[in-house]
Design a binder for this molecule. Structure first.
Ligand SMILES: C[S@@+](CC[C@H](N)C(=O)[O-])C[C@H]1O[C@@H](n2cnc3c(N)ncnc32)[C@H](O)[C@@H]1O
Length: 389
């Protein structure tokens, strides 16, 4: 085969990846041959025109790279919506703000359920970084009745005038940048990226003061020094991010649903390689240096850190529970019982098994609800995991 033919036959994603590598290599060179993993993540995930979230490939669902709860079952959004109706009913004209709305399915299912439940709302705002996802969301939400679609507003940045209601983020915190560190002979090293023989390679440097101090604080909280070669992740900027999210809310709640653990579990001795994971065409692996700009990279959420940052923002940690407890409390099984068509009910049963089973998403995924200027007891009776934080 001629070289030209080989080039023509190249997969489009491979061509995109090579373009990302070319640009990334220039940036690493300009940075004295080393880039922190966090900056690398920022580049391959968010760089305009190059990063995973700004490029056009289909990311979600069976033909994409990974599948999220709203993609698995439409009963997910319906149940989440059931859970927030009590909160919305506290306000005369509440709004919903969704962060990182993916394909728009969760937004569609929430709005649809609010309409059916006759819960009026002022606006449904979407804060989304990916131009490609915004297009998909517009297509999905155009299927709503016109009056409801007109209430959906896409935000370019943080909403300046705060609203009453709820902020929702499903699998968004796991997509935020993180630093990677490793401990060598009790010394904290930051993991970064350099280039060797034209290939990206992991390389470490002594951690700077901020990272070093934060890792020492974690050790103190755990009452244990990290073992030799212990490697993990930390989101140093999550407090700043949460501050921005919280500023959009006058009063109400922020609901995060994501996979992750309390600090004790996150940094458990046997989780010695951290939780970073890559997804490419529905296959999970641990190599962030391939499929540049066309694969998803994420890491589990350290919920204790999120709770600490919430307290700093005067938010109350109102709920921390597993996804399965949250959905069961929101009557997902009752919603299933309402389905009269036997075939559809069997199909939906399989879907919600994925959401609820402990071996699938039921226990690894957690729900955290943060209250601002409001206190509610609508989650009485739900299994409370706040003591684990
Ligand atoms: C893993 S996907 C989850 C999508 C959707 N919530 C779902 O559950 O199907 C992450 C989403 O967050 C968006 N995102 C990533 N970082 C973001 C940020 N800093 N602000 C807002 N959205 C972000 C992505 O574009 C994408 O829509």
């Amino acid at each position: 085969m001629s070289p030209k033919h080989r080039k023509d036959n190249k997969d489009l994603s491979q061509i995109h990846s090579e373009l990302v590598m070319e640009n990334l290599a220039k940036e690493i060179k300009a940075n004295q041959g080393w880039m922190s993993f966090e900056d690398f993540f920022d580049f391959v995930m968010y760089k305009p025109g190059l990063g995973y979230y700004s490029a056009g490939a289909k990311k979600l669902g069976p033909s994409g790279d990974f599948t999220t709860s709203p993609e698995i079952s439409r009963l997910f959004g319906k149940t989440v919506s059931n859970q927030v109706i009590a909160l919305l009913n506290n306000f005369k004209s509440p709004s919903i703000i969704e962060i990182g709305a993916g394909s728009g399915k969760l937004a569609y299912d929430i709005i649809n359920n609010l309409i059916k439940s006759k819960v009026d709302f002022d606006k449904y705002y979407i804060l989304e970084v990916s131009a490609d996802f915004i297009e998909r969301q517009k297509q999905e939400l155009s299927l709503l009745p016109d009056e409801a679609f007109e209430k959906v507003i896409w935000l370019d940045s943080i909403l300046e005038v705060p609203v009453e209601g709820i902020v929702i983020g499903n699998e968004v915190v796991d997509a935020l940048p993180f630093k990677r560190f490793t401990v060598v002979d009790h010394k904290i090293q930051e993991i970064g990226v350099s280039i060797k023989n034209g290939q990206l390679t992991e390389s470490t440097r002594d951690a700077d003061k901020t990272l070093g101090e934060e890792v020492r604080l974690i050790e103190k909280a755990l009452n244990r020094d990290f073992e030799h070669n212990y490697t993990s992740e930390i989101r140093l900027n999550i407090g700043q991010w949460l501050k921005g999210i919280s500023s959009m809310l006058k009063s109400g709640a922020i609901l995060f649903i994501d996979y992750g653990y309390s600090r004790q579990e996150y940094y458990a001795a046997d989780r010695k390689n951290g939780s970073m994971i890559c997804h490419y065409r529905n296959t999970a692996h641990e190599n962030p240096f391939i499929n540049l700009g066309v694969q998803d990279i994420s890491a589990s959420v350290e919920f204790t850190l999120l709770a600490e940052k919430a307290l700093e923002e005067q938010l109350e940690v109102g709920l921390f529970t597993s996804q399965s407890d949250f959905l069961i409390n929101g009557n997902i099984l009752g919603e299933l019982d309402k389905i009269e068509d036997d075939n559809l009910r069997i199909e939906l049963t399989q879907e919600i098994k994925q959401l609820l089973m402990p071996s699938q998403m039921g226990q690894t995924f957690k729900c955290m609800m943060l209250y601002k200027n409001i206190s509610l007891d609508s989650f009485e009776g739900i299994r409370d995991l706040r003591h684990t934080l």
